[in-house]
Design a protein around this ligand. Structure first.
Ligand SMILES: N[C@@H](CCC(=O)N[C@@H](CS)C(=O)NCC(=O)O)C(=O)O
Length: 219
């Protein structure tokens, strides 16, 4: 039995999608990010910072989406989504895996400011501007890479593409993608993957964003 503790449209989508790519069914436990359920002792035993994803698999519980991705790819090498230490693509595989979190923390900061602050007057226009700019800057190396190849690794689709998938659901709420044609092509490609479509149908409805784009007013 595989059980994924999940919030719709969050980093746990990375794991949901990777499991789907591997053809592994899971029991999906849905949480809300705002109702306190992630702070309950039963959940904190699974994920000590009260964050999703947490994955129950192989008789253990894992937290941290990057660690889960690495674990799934390395314990199930037959799917070809990891890169072993001896592989010439091991270093870019590890770099993109962790780079996805560099991007995701910027998205999390923007989410916090735009979506989760109860009182909008607490927002900092300066921080909104800086974080959106920093997020746009993280897209540039992706664009350069994807001008040369279809996926983040030259040899093709891997677990680092599922790590990036969550980011690319969320980043377009804060950064216009017009200057990134290769990235837009990549998003279309991953959205057309049957396993991605299947995972999205299980993901649940996103309830954070009430606008298509969050524009920083230049002042
Ligand atoms: N580095 C962690 C971050 C996990 C994380 O922050 N998840 C968010 C959802 S995207 C969460 O659970 N937030 C709940 C909260 O901040 O209370 C990972 O990649 O798993």
């Amino acid at each position: 039995m595989i059980r994924l503790h999940h919030v719709a449209f969050s980093r746990s989508f990375r794991v949901l999608w990777l499991l789907s790519e591997m053809g592994l069914d899971c029991d999906l436990v849905h949480y809300s990010i705002t109702d306190g359920s992630l702070r309950q002792p039963g959940f904190l035993e699974k994920s000590p910072a009260g964050r999703v994803p947490a994955l129950e698999i192989d008789g253990r519980v894992l937290f941290e989406s990057g660690a889960i991705t690495e674990y799934l790819c390395e314990t199930r090498p037959e799917h070809g989504f990891g890169r072993a230490p001896a592989s010439s693509e091991r270093v870019p595989w590890l770099e993109w895996l962790h780079y996805a979190e560099t991007m995701a923390h910027l998205i999390a900061n923007l989410n916090l400011q735009w979506v989760f602050l109860r009182d909008p007057s607490m927002r900092s226009e300066t921080l909104l501007k800086i974080e959106a700019k920093r997020l746009a800057n993280t897209l540039k190396p992706l664009e350069e890479t994807l001008l040369r190849q279809d996926y983040l690794l030259a040899s093709g689709f891997s677990g680092v593409d599922t790590m990036m998938g969550y980011n690319l659901l969320a980043a377009p709420y804060f950064v216009r993608l017009d200057p990134f044609p290769a990235l837009r092509g990549y998003i279309e490609r991953i959205r057309a993957r049957p396993a991605y479509i299947a995972a999205r149908s299980l993901d649940g409805e996103q309830k954070f964003y009430t606008q298509d784009f969050y524009e920083v007013v230049d002042g």
